[in-house]
Design a protein around this ligand. Structure first.
Ligand SMILES: *[C@@H]1O[C@H](CO)[C@@H](O)[C@H](O)[C@H]1NC(C)=O
Ligand SMILES: *[C@@H]1O[C@H](CO)[C@@H](O)[C@H](O)[C@H]1NC(C)=O
Ligand SMILES: *[C@@H]1O[C@H](CO)[C@@H](O)[C@H](O)[C@H]1NC(C)=O
Ligand SMILES: *[C@@H]1O[C@H](CO)[C@@H](O)[C@H](O)[C@H]1NC(C)=O
Length: 376
């Protein structure tokens, strides 16, 4: 090296430096796509904890004279939570939106006596008070108390990305996380997943325009809250506009409003049509005919006891499912629950309502059977 000039030395040094940097960077670049960085990003997106929300308000007048409404609601929530904890293999977050902290505490206390292994599967998020946008406070008393709150969950949970709203008269027959995962199936335009109503609304319904061929049922709402907050023209603004225009014609408040909103061709593309097996109601079988083919093929995922069908002694099939869950003691085998429910259903008379459908037992049992298959 002694006969190289200092200029040549400097050049050689630079070349060596560049080579060294290239030698360090190239393997790094080629390795990057396989690094745990991407793997953990991917798994984070799919292991997000399922989030559910229910709304509970206690009618002030209900307090002494008629506490039964609230007690019934607590029984139903208890069954909903029990079915969710029994059928999940994940940790579920439940958001309780309530009219007061006392109501919130009454609901979260429902799991206090559960065996720890089940209690840990249902985590309650902090208390959220029922929220109505300024000027919309009157909506609280439309239809049933607080029923319209579901329309404002994107503002109630300003920091959350997604949540599945459930009416309190619902129970699971398949894992709750399967319903939650529908939010990942949305195409980039879809903001909310709602199951078809399959009854009442439709071409012969003249009071106001409704979605699709049979409308929507608002009992289960799979919501991407981030997208709802960015809804074109404003989600709340759209709702308030519909309320203004159709106020005197609405009888089911929130459900009617959602039907009108998605009856518009422009807005309909933002709706993900949820499978009817995730919102199976008495009206889908009460004429002795099954209106939800998917429930026939896959079984029911979520049973909805709308219009008191879990408790009013009119629809024995639905009531049998509710009663089986209400009697079930967490910690005892879920297969025993299934066996006893199967026996009860088989013994029922087949004379009215959904009982007249000869394969109704299969519809009600199949989801649970498939979920419990392989369990001890
Ligand atoms: C509460 O009950 C009382 C007596 O039954 C009745 O007069 C009043 O209108 C009720 N208030 C509401 C808000 O329903
Ligand atoms: C909930 O449970 C706690 C602890 O067991 C009790 O102190 C509280 O009074 C209960 N609250 C309600 C509203 O039942
Ligand atoms: C909801 O939508 C936002 C905005 O498009 C998206 O970033 C987010 O991943 C979506 N959430 C879920 C759970 O799919
Ligand atoms: C449908 O929705 C779009 C966007 O919100 C609105 O501009 C249009 O006026 C609506 N059409 C009808 C018939 O309501």
């Amino acid at each position: 090296m002694s006969h190289l000039s200092s200029c040549q030395m400097r050049f050689l040094y630079k070349v060596l430096c560049v080579l060294a940097v290239v030698a360090m960077v190239v393997p790094l670049l080629t390795r990057l796509p396989h690094e745990p960085l991407t793997a953990s990003f991917h798994s984070k997106a799919t292991t997000e904890e399922p989030e559910f929300a229910i709304v509970v308000c206690r009618d002030k007048n209900d307090s002494e004279k008629d506490a039964t409404g609230f007690q019934r609601q607590l029984r139903q929530i208890s069954v909903l939570l029990k079915s969710a904890a029994s059928l999940t293999s994940e940790t579920l977050i439940f958001n309780i939106v309530a009219d007061s902290y006392a109501t919130y505490e009454t609901v979260t206390n429902l799991t206090a006596s559960w065996p720890a292994a089940y209690r840990e599967r249902v985590v309650f998020d902090e208390f959220k008070e029922v929220f109505y946008p300024p000027g919309a406070e009157d909506m609280m008393n439309m239809f049933r108390l607080c029923a319209t709150e579901r329309l404002f969950l994107a503002q109630t949970f300003e920091d959350k990305d997604a949540v599945v709203f459930l009416d309190t008269d619902t129970l699971f027959l398949m894992p709750p996380e399967n319903l939650w995962r529908k939010v990942y199936e949305f195409n980039p335009h879809q903001v909310i997943g709602i199951a078809p109503c399959l009854y009442m609304y439709g071409p012969r319904f003249k009071k106001f325009p409704t979605y699709g061929s049979s409308g929507l049922n608002a009992g289960v709402l799979v919501m991407n809250l981030t997208r709802l907050r960015a809804f074109e023209g404003g989600w709340t603004e759209n709702i308030m506009h519909i309320l203004d225009k159709y106020k005197t014609k609405l009888s089911l408040a929130d459900q009617d409003i959602l039907n009108i909103l998605f009856s518009n061709k422009t807005t309909a593309k933002h709706l993900y049509e949820l499978g009817c097996e995730w919102n199976y109601r008495e009206k889908l079988c009460s004429k002795g005919r099954n209106k939800c083919k998917r429930a026939q093929q896959l079984g029911v995922g979520l049973l909805h006891g709308a219009a008191l069908t879990f408790v009013n002694d009119k629809e024995q099939k639905f009531q049998a499912v509710f009663d089986a869950w209400e009697r079930h003691q967490l910690g005892e085998s879920e297969k025993a629950l299934l066996a006893s429910l199967r026996t009860t259903l088989r013994r029922q008379k087949r004379s009215q309502g959904c009982s007249r459908l000869h394969f109704i037992d299969k519809i009600l049992l199949q989801g649970l059977e498939n979920t419990l298959r392989g369990r001890h």
